[in-house]
Design a protein around this ligand. Structure first.
Ligand code: ZN
Length: 256
């Protein structure tokens, strides 16, 4: 029997201590035995690796990628797989960037076209990329889709550039207790219309932060299956990798 919403685990004593003091484990991003800083009340975004800075959430993406690639726990990830990472800094990027078929990008705003270089970094708009069909084995997005006004257009574009069998590994803010996505804002006639109090997330490329348009829910899984993905929703628990807490929800969508 599968229970949904997934029941919350009671934290063990060692997890409670780790939340306050940090923990030691293997960082799936940089592949080093590391100290993970305090998690406090934000297990998803904190617990950063002392070496590479990867948070619990970033380590979840690396955990699934390493599992898919069957690469070991320790050291940088070595692979011939073609990978697009919609992030050009941090532990995962540094662990992957030496690979020949690895491409990293950022989004710098509508003034640029996908494929342009901005201060040495590739600009890619996930609504309209410049990549050929069936190019990538993996696309990685880490809390990106909630900032895109029409996220399902981006999911379709990612589907187009994945090869058959390719996987989109991603995190997004997700409500287990809702059915419909929460549309907090949308763009109508080129104007941002807010339906709820605006939420902005920190963004290294934007000092004002970046607006959250949608928070996803079960509706997302249905919409992804309509696009053609087979999606697995994981709730991870892997204390030895510093992955714990009740919000370690991550998605693996395979193009079929
Ligand atoms: Zn690390």
């Amino acid at each position: 029997m599968i229970l949904y919403p997934i029941p919350e685990r009671r934290p063990t004593t060692i997890e409670q201590i780790s939340s306050k003091c940090g923990s030691v484990g293997i960082c799936t991003a940089c592949g080093r035995i590391a100290y993970f800083r305090r998690y406090l009340d934000n297990h998803r975004e904190l617990g950063n690796c002392l070496f590479c800075g990867a948070s619990n959430r970033k380590r979840q993406i690396c955990y699934l990628l390493r599992k898919e690639l069957k690469s070991g726990d320790i050291g940088k990830i070595i692979t011939s797989a073609s990978i697009l990472n919609a992030e050009s800094s941090g532990g995962l990027h540094n662990s992957l960037k030496h690979n020949t078929n690895y491409i990293s990008s950022e989004y710098f705003g509508d003034a640029y076209r996908s494929g342009e270089m901005v201060n040495g970094t590739l600009h890619v708009n996930l609504l309209d990329t410049h990549f050929d069909d069936n190019k990538f084995d993996f696309v990685l997005t880490s809390d990106v889709l909630e900032h895109i006004p029409d996220p399902y257009k981006a999911f379709r574009e990612i589907y187009r550039i994945l090869r058959p069998g390719g996987v989109h590994i991603f995190t997004v803010p997700f409500y287990q207790t809702h059915y419909f996505d929460e549309k907090r804002a949308e763009i109508i006639d080129s104007q941002i219309i807010h339906h709820m109090e605006p939420i902005y997330h920190l963004d290294p490329n934007n000092p004002n932060g970046i607006l959250v348009y949608n928070i996803f829910s079960i509706e997302m899984l249905l919409n992804l299956s309509r696009i053609g993905y087979r999606t697995i929703m994981h709730k991870l628990y892997a204390f030895r990798y510093g992955i714990f807490g009740n919000n370690a929800i991550i998605f693996e969508s395979r193009k079929i």
